[in-house]
Design a protein around this ligand. Structure first.
Ligand SMILES: Cc1cc2nc3c(=O)[nH]c(=O)nc-3n(C[C@H](O)[C@H](O)[C@H](O)COP(=O)(O)O)c2cc1C
Length: 196
């Protein structure tokens, strides 16, 4: 059973470090103010297995940030076709706009990545015509550090503290499914087999 948990974390770690991994872009679900689930694809930037943390980058003005601030319950879903493993995680989301972790994530982002956070008006704003939200002069050219610097105020990180991992392995001979729940008191993952 522990092998399944280890495999889950290995696939997650690879998902963060290898941009070709299918787990590099999982679906992250939040709950809207109306209680409706809302999902979006996000790039998983970092995984800290001992800390049970996943890290994503986002615009602090976006819907998901407001949703997580209101209700921090989140779910993350990915499927790795070569490993034939579906991972369904749930946990608690936390948005950080400032501090050393957000600063370091900003510094690690490329200039093109940083440019996204210059969008004006804010992401999700209704507009009369299709637009990137960027100044047209900024489109199609590599931005300079000076040009993207003002975008830092809109940049945030989403950290997810994972407390549930469901591992589903597909096999012709019979699928396998395991659920791991974090026990904070005992400080360990409690695993159970489930019928797939
Ligand atoms: C491949 C791919 C990667 C994406 N990566 C991110 C990301 O890392 N962070 C992010 O905020 N949005 C990312 N997006 C955009 C989101 O899916 C979403 O459209 C946007 O963040 C608005 O979501 P919200 O209104 O729920 O906040 C990505 C979309 C795609 C298709």
């Amino acid at each position: 059973m522990n092998l399944s948990l280890e495999e889950a974390w290995k696939l997650l770690r690879e998902g963060a470090s290898d941009r070709h991994s299918p787990l590099h872009t999982p679906s992250v679900a939040t709950v809207t103010g109306d209680g409706v689930p809302s999902q979006r694809v996000m790039v998983m930037r970092a995984v800290d297995q001992p800390g049970r943390l996943l890290r994503f980058n986002c615009d602090s003005r976006g819907s998901k940030v407001a949703e997580i601030s209101r209700k921090p319950a989140v779910s993350v879903l990915g499927y790795h076709p070569q490993a034939k493993v579906q991972l369904r995680l749930s946990g608690t989301g936390r948005i950080q706009s400032s501090g050393p972790e957000a600063d370091s994530a900003w510094e690690q982002a490329s200039l093109y990545g940083q440019r996204c956070y210059l969008a004006d008006p804010a992401p999700g704003s209704p507009v009369a015509a299709p637009t990137s939200g960027l100044d047209p002069a900024m489109e199609g050219v590599k931005p300079t550090p000076e040009q993207v610097a003002p975008a830092r105020t809109h940049f945030a990180i989403l950290q997810i503290a994972v407390d549930k991992i469901e591992w589903l392995y597909l096999a012709h001979s019979g699928h396998r499914r395991a659920l791991f729940e974090w026990n904070g008191t005992a400080n360990h993952w409690h695993g159970r087999w489930l019928v797939p």
